[in-house]
Design a protein around this ligand. Structure first.
Ligand code: ZN
Length: 201
């Protein structure tokens, strides 16, 4: 029985490991790159190699960066009394796109989801607490998505930060219930920010 050449089979197998790519799509992609668009195949492999080598997490806020500190953390002109807490880098980009928030960020890289076996250690919470304990932060705006896990994380974090005496607020429920922050439009996000409510202390 004839099959694709081994190198192509490997490419198909690697594509199939990507989220939401089945074997059929993987085969189509591999065939397209090899058969119709060799130039794209070359630049794709270069871009991938470069990104994997160059991009890492910011040492302070855990956003993506090519330097030890990301462009936002390197900017001295932002408001250093406010932190916006988001789940993932895509959420930070969504908030930045609105262009109104001028403070710094902290990216959790996870949510508190006890039913899925994800405890507090599954997110960058320890680092957040250290940043808050270092002083100078007057308010932490919790901008986790309006999902069960996003809400649970917000309440959990607010309780801990409240004990440290830091004001925490939560985005207004303009974000549709179950809505992911990264897919919210700019007007909705802007309203959610200005209508945010204090949780603690
Ligand atoms: Zn940073």
């Amino acid at each position: 029985m004839a099959d694709f050449p081994p190198a192509m089979q490997r490419l198909i197998a690697e594509f199939s490991r990507l989220p939401s790519i089945g074997e059929k799509s993987a085969t189509r992609l591999a065939y397209y790159l090899l058969n119709s668009n060799r130039e794209l195949a070359q630049s794709l492999s270069e871009a991938l190699r470069k990104a994997v080598t160059a991009v890492r997490l910011c040492e302070r806020c855990f956003f993506l960066s090519e330097e030890p500190l990301c462009a936002i953390c390197r900017n001295p002109n932002r408001d250093n009394t406010t932190l916006c807490l988001v789940e993932k880098p895509m959420d930070l980009v969504a908030v930045e796109r609105v262009g109104e928030y001028k403070g710094y960020y902290h990216v959790l890289h996870g949510l508190w989801a006890p039913l899925k076996g994800q405890g507090p250690e599954s997110m960058r919470l320890k680092e957040l607490i250290e940043r808050v304990k270092a002083g100078g932060i007057a308010e932490v705006i919790i901008a986790t998505s309006s999902t069960v896990e996003g809400d649970a994380t917000a309440m959990y974090v607010a309780r801990i930060l409240g004990e440290l005496g830091v004001k925490t607020s939560r985005l207004a429920q303009g974000i549709p219930k179950g809505g992911e922050l990264e897919y919210s439009d700019e007007i909705t996000l802007s309203r959610a920010f200005s209508g945010r409510s204090v949780i603690s202390p």
